[in-house]
Design a protein around this ligand. Structure first.
Ligand code: AMP
Ligand code: DBH
Length: 548
């Protein structure tokens, strides 16, 4: 399998370099520079751990050497499956320094997803916590190695059980400290890591991001979001998500020389005490969590007044909620509409309330090209909804190792088809209207209808299945699966249990199961899956309205 690359057409690359967007810096060099400039400032806080920039830098060095000692090579891929613990940060900087590419899995992912990442990414190693949230990743590691023998090495950030054939991260660091290997700094135009897409059609795709392009977004995001060396960023969402990673997220915080505080869970119970103790100034949330925080804040015994900015993104924030944020929490709301493939939009901190409440912001870069087109690819007038296409200095040109998705998702002249339906307002602000395709955006976690339908069809008592998003007061959207049983009707709980037993992330388990005798079909005979899903959604909403 080839090493992941992203090669922009030379004309565009030259322009982005000339504009100063791509500065030639790598992640490894960035951390080194911050450590030299303010080595004794705190970089990462989580659990009982408090690392300064100098300590983080030294750990990254040791991990880089340890990985190379164990035979990993620049360009290799490693699945990183870590919750919000300080080792997340030291591990990825160790990988960056060695030129080895992390592939970020979410803590909620299970064997089926991890196997898919390891296979399509061609991973040679798996780095996981021992456990998190009652789940033991060491068991997953054993199954992964059985299924994907190419994954030769498992490194556990935590403890091993008696017969685990793995190495601990602590042991790897000790090996690295004793090593004389000198890692070779990758080029800034190299791919630094693989991010994952939410997977609108079928399985998640792998997103190759270069040092140059990603560091550009960090630098500009910091400027736009007011992240400075004095900021304290709380990672409340799982930091493997692109949003809390880079918009500006914990990597933006490291770029700024600020402090990163990691919360093991996004709940107010976990986050609020950290806000008071560390003087957190900024955090990023998805809309349903924002609601939970707004409920909890007034009665909380923790002081939250250090908090200046709350960013909200990942799913649509409705204006009625947006309007209440500043009064309820005394913070500036920033809406963020982004995607792991690239383009990120922000409302600016000093934008008028009307913009902050009613739009999802405007792009980071003057060179972000945004096209809004109809179904035939013709531009629509400003203010009218259309498909959002984009290209620019940090939006990818292709997924890794997925020709079929590349053919669907990119135009011949290099635009990424986001799948989002948006309107452009004066000033270039975008308003998200919805999705063109059938994924479910469940509290910011994207679920592919197709992926879940495939798993349901494997159930012996399922004749056919359609998974549909239903508007939901709390989650934004919830997932509902319509099932035509085969033979005896299964129970709804058995269907949910089935999805769990397929080794999938819990957020993919259908929230609702509805049994039907048949799927309606048009006179013409067949309708598309897309039309079918729309018809089922409408039916359910009608019957719910009647019974309400
Ligand atoms: P992903 O491709 O998995 O990184 O998910 C990115 C998608 O999340 C976008 O294409 C949008 O559909 C959705 N999204 C992100 N931020 C927002 C937002 N602020 N409002 C509405 N949808 C959003
Ligand atoms: O949903 C996303 O993927 C997202 C949201 C906000 C994102 O990738 C980002 C900001 O960078």
């Amino acid at each position: 399998m080839e090493i992941p690359r992203q090669i922009w057409p030379e004309e565009r690359a030259a322009r982005y370099r000339a504009a100063g967007y791509w500065s030639g810096e790598t992640f490894g060099a960035m951390l080194r520079e911050r450590a030299q400039r303010h080595g004794d400032r705190l970089a990462v806080v989580g659990g009982d751990t408090r690392w300064t920039y100098a300590e983080l830098d030294a750990r990254a060095d040791a991990i880089a050497r340890g990985l190379l000692e164990r035979g990993l090579k620049p360009g290799d891929r490693v699945v990183v499956h870590l919750p919000n613990i300080p080792e997340f940060v030291s591990v990825i900087f160790g990988l960056f320094r060695a030129g080895i590419l992390p592939l970020y899995a979410l803590p909620a992912h299970r064997i089926t997803e991890i196997e898919h990442f390891a296979t399509t990414g061609g991973a040679r190693a798996y780095i996981a916590a021992d456990g998190h949230d009652g789940y033991d990743y060491r068991d997953l590691a054993a199954e992964l190695q059985r299924r994907v023998p190419r994954v030769e090495q498992v490194i556990i950030a935590g403890a091993l059980r008696e017969h685990d054939p793995y190495v601990t991260l602590a042991a790897l660091e000790a090996e690295g400290q004793a090593s004389a290997i000198e890692p070779v700094e990758p080029k800034s135009s190299d791919v630094a890591f693989l991010q994952i897409s939410g997977g609108s059609t079928g399985l998640s795709k792998l997103i190759p991001r270069t040092h140059d392009a990603y560091i550009y977004t960090l630098r500009e995001s910091n400027r736009i979001c007011g992240m400075t060396a004095d900021s304290v960023f709380l990672g409340a969402l799982p930091i493997a998500h692109n949003f809390p990673m880079s918009s500006p997220g914990f990597l933006g915080a490291i770029h700024a020389g600020a402090r990163v505080v990691l919360s093991p869970s996004p709940s107010p119970e976990a986050g609020f005490p950290l806000i008071e103790r560390e003087g957190v100034t900024m955090t990023s949330l998805v809309p349903p969590l924002l609601l939970v925080w707004m409920e909890a804040a007034p009665a909380s015994r923790w002081r939250l007044d250090s908090l200046k900015v709350i960013q909200v993104g990942g799913a649509k924030l409705i204006p009625e909620v947006a309007r209440r944020v500043q009064p309820a929490l005394g913070v500036t709301l920033q809406q963020v509409f982004g995607m792991a493939e690239g383009l990120v939009n922000y409302t600016r901190l000093d934008d008028p309330d009307d913009i902050i409440i009613n739009t999802q912001g405007r792009p980071i870069s003057p060179d972000d090209e945004v096209l809004i087109v109809d179904d035939h690819g013709n531009p629509v007038p400003d203010g009218e909804p259309g498909h959002l296409l984009t290209r620019g200095p940090y939006t990818i040109l292709s997924y890794y190792n997925n020709d079929a998705a590349n053919a669907r998702s990119f135009t011949d002249d290099g635009y990424y088809r986001t799948g989002d339906i948006v309107c452009r307002l004066p000033g270039g602000y975008l308003q998200v209207q919805g999705r063109a395709n059938d994924h479910i955006n469940r509290a910011g976690e994207k679920i592919s209808a197709e992926e879940i339908e495939d798993h349901l069809l494997a159930h012996p008592q399922v004749f056919d299945a359609a998974v549909v998003s239903i508007p939901d007061e709390y989650l934004g959207e919830r997932s509902c699966t319509f099932i035509i049983p085969r033979g005896e009707k299964p129970r709804a709980v058995a269907i949910k249990q089935w999805i769990r037993s397929r080794g999938l992330a819990d957020f993919k388990v259908p929230d609702q199961v509805v049994f039907v005798e048949r799927f309606s079909e048009t006179a013409a005979g067949k309708i598309s899956r897309k039309e079918l899903r729309a018809a089922l959604r409408a039916q359910l909403q009608q019957s719910e309205e009647k019974s309400a």
